[in-house]
Write a protein that binds this ligand. Structure first.
Ligand SMILES: C[S@@+](CC[C@H](N)C(=O)[O-])C[C@H]1O[C@@H](n2cnc3c(N)ncnc32)[C@H](O)[C@@H]1O
Length: 238
């Protein structure tokens, strides 16, 4: 069971601002992300399924990879409770500031926010930061919603992330592909939405769950546009 960590102190929030880069569109649009991202109409359905498939338990420490503004946090909190911990990792200071705002608004003191690029991740530095704020170095599970498809080198991100996980962690990936079947006519709209968001709709980053995990739970929503894969990553006994 994870000890209760502190949330990111406001002093560190100021530091995030200075480290921001104008090249990152999420940094710029972070304040309006929740309104403009199609959350209610489309994407919330995927995170609900993804967290249900992850099946986090009270007291778990869950990594939220590319956590953005923290839209997963309320659903995760319902599962892990006050004795659990959420580690939100994102490279965008603007998105992390919104996540921090959400945590403060709800008075959640079990969230640790870490600014890091998952492609060039220094796992030891992240674990040190997490431990320094009251978390445990290795997490029990990981959720990534609509973030890996933004990373052309998502396989590198996956390799890096594994260094932050404990034994037999649960993994849940929610990402996008073209809708199919009777929803196929919506494919141009889905491609447009992904292009605007900088996501590669053909990346299909949930592949690693199918390749590396056991007991894979496979789901889809919104005409197949949202793909959910969850499972248990084995071979991590150290
Ligand atoms: C489309 S948003 C999704 C945010 C959140 N997971 C959600 O479900 O609303 C993608 C997020 O991934 C983050 N991201 C993209 N590439 C990243 C990288 N290489 N390392 C860390 N975060 C990254 C972005 O900053 C952004 O916050």
């Amino acid at each position: 069971m994870a000890p209760r960590p502190r949330s990111l102190p406001s002093a560190e929030c100021g530091q995030l601002e200075r480290e921001g880069t104008v090249k990152d569109k999420y940094n710029i649009y972070a304040p309006v992300y929740d309104v403009l991202s199609g959350e209610r109409a489309v994407y919330r359905a995927g995170r609900i399924q993804g967290i249900d498939a992850l099946d986090p338990r009270p007291g778990d420490q869950i990594l939220d990879i590319g956590c953005g503004t923290g839209l997963n946090f309320p659903l995760l909190q319902d599962r892990i409770g006050p004795t659990g911990t959420i580690i939100g990792i994102d490279r965008s200071p603007g998105m992390l500031r919104q996540a921090q705002r959400r945590a403060r608004l709800h008075r959640w003191d079990n969230i640790i926010l870490v600014q890091a690029d998952l492609i060039s991740l220094d796992a030891s530095a992240v674990m040190e930061q997490v431990s320094g704020q009251g978390g445990t170095p290795a997490s029990d599970g990981i959720i990534a919603t609509y973030s890996l498809s933004l990373m052309p080198a998502w396989r590198t991100a996956w390799a890096n992330i594994q260094n932050l996980l404990g034994a037999d962690p649960r993994v849940s990936i929610v990402d996008m592909q073209e809708p199919y079947g009777s929803a196929r006519w919506l494919a141009p709209l889905a491609r447009f939405a992904c292009r605007i968001g900088g996501a590669d709709i053909f990346a299909h980053p949930w592949q690693f769950v199918e390749e590396d995990c056991v007991g894979v739970d496979s789901r889809s929503a919104r005409g197949g546009h949202l793909q959910i894969r969850a499972g248990t990553l084995q071979h991590r006994h150290e």
